[in-house]
Ligand binder design. Structure first.
Ligand SMILES: Nc1ncnc2c1ncn2[C@@H]1O[C@H](COP(=O)(O)OP(=O)(O)OP(=O)(O)O)[C@@H](O)[C@H]1O
Ligand SMILES: [Mg+2]
Length: 306
């Protein structure tokens, strides 16, 4: 059984199609990332799966339970860390966690144990008794993630879990998410390519309400990048050499101390042989590793905010 399954899921807001027929199957224990530009429909998708928004059409289920017919069951099975952190600012950190545990009817002993564990992981133990109104943005995000996990849900939705965190805090959260891998089903959205790359089992690129590419990071790079790049550190190449290269390869850029050449099925040896034949001094040549960001830009034509 899939942990998350959607079929032709659509959400319209007064004629604006925010989610435009999403078909998604996320296996139990899988970590799936939704990557997409601003307004792509990531949060709207998550909000429907969490029963916070009613789909305009289509269906979805969590562990076999329909989100429209059985929202109470679904809510028991899921944990959510929303994009806009929702915390009770007049309560302290511990009280916020307790409140969430009580909503999910956790026994007090279990709640205490789980809260202590999560506060430790999220680096909040020392601040457990401080009022949340005094927390920084990053501390609020970390508490929000802890709140999504306190009742040990089977499916966890993390909407931009590390947005606004400093690099150290982000890495700490990554480590914790990585620890959850395989134990929980996780659907996360992120704008950090590195985050999607290092954490996800599979990635869905979403644009204008549609999944436009789907696969592992390797599959996306392999299937969607149709050119290879060679970075050459070299000296002594004239405008004629550049002109000739530009006549043959799709992208030839002069970069600091050399050249970058990109082309579909680029024959590296052919490039090097040509440069040698023209008396160019070559110091090094390396193929550029394809990145998820290249894939994303190629597919959506947009650069993510970061
Ligand atoms: N409650 C709403 N009423 C009207 N329009 C909405 C509402 N919620 C979202 N939208 C619109 O739906 C589209 C998708 O928004 P959504 O928040 O799902 O995008 P997102 O992919 O999460 O973007 P971001 O990366 O900025 O968080 C946007 O055009 C947005 O303005
Ligand atoms: Mg969003």
């Amino acid at each position: 059984m899939n942990a998350v399954k959607t079929s032709k899921l659509v959400k319209e807001f007064n004629g604006l199609v925010a989610v435009n027929g999403i078909d998604l199957e996320i296996k139990k224990g899988e970590l799936f990332s939704l990557l997409g530009p601003n307004g792509a429909g990531k949060t709207t998708t998550i909000n429907m799966l969490c029963c916070l928004l009613k789909p305009t059409s289509g269906t979805a289920s969590i562990l076999g339970h329909d989100i429209i017919k059985n929202p109470f069951k679904v809510k028991d099975l899921i944990g959510v860390s929303p994009q806009d952190t929702i915390l009770s600012k007049h309560l302290n950190c511990w009280e916020n966690l307790s409140l969430m545990g009580e909503i999910h009817r956790l026994e007090s002993k279990e709640l205490k144990k789980k809260s202590e564990e999560l506060l430790e992981t999220m680096g909040l133990t020392e601040r457990a008794r401080d009022q949340v109104s005094k927390f920084s943005g990053g501390m609020r995000r970390r508490l929000s993630i802890a709140m999504a996990l306190v009742h040990d849900p089977e499916v966890v939705f993390l909407d931009e879990p590390t947005l606004g965190l400093d690099p150290q805090a982000r890495r700490a959260v990554w480590e914790y998410i990585a620890e959850l891998k395989g134990k929980k089903t996780i659907l996360l959205t992120t704008h950090y390519m590195e985050e999607a790359d290092c954490l996800s089992d599979r990635i869905g690129i979403i644009d204008e309400g549609k999944i436009v590419a789907l696969g592992t990071s390797e599959e996306l790079k392999r299937n969607h990048l149709d050119s290879q790049s060679l970075i050459i550190s070299a000296e002594n190449f004239g405008t004629k050499v550049i002109e000739n290269l530009r006549g043959k390869y799709s992208v030839v850029e002069k970069i600091n101390g050399g050249l970058k050449i990109s082309h579909k099925d680029l024959d590296f040896k052919e490039v090097i042989d040509y440069l040698y034949s023209q008396g160019v001094n070559i110091y090094s040549a390396a193929s550029e590793q394809p990145t998820l960001e290249n894939v994303f830009i190629q597919i959506t034509g947009k650069r993510l905010r970061d």
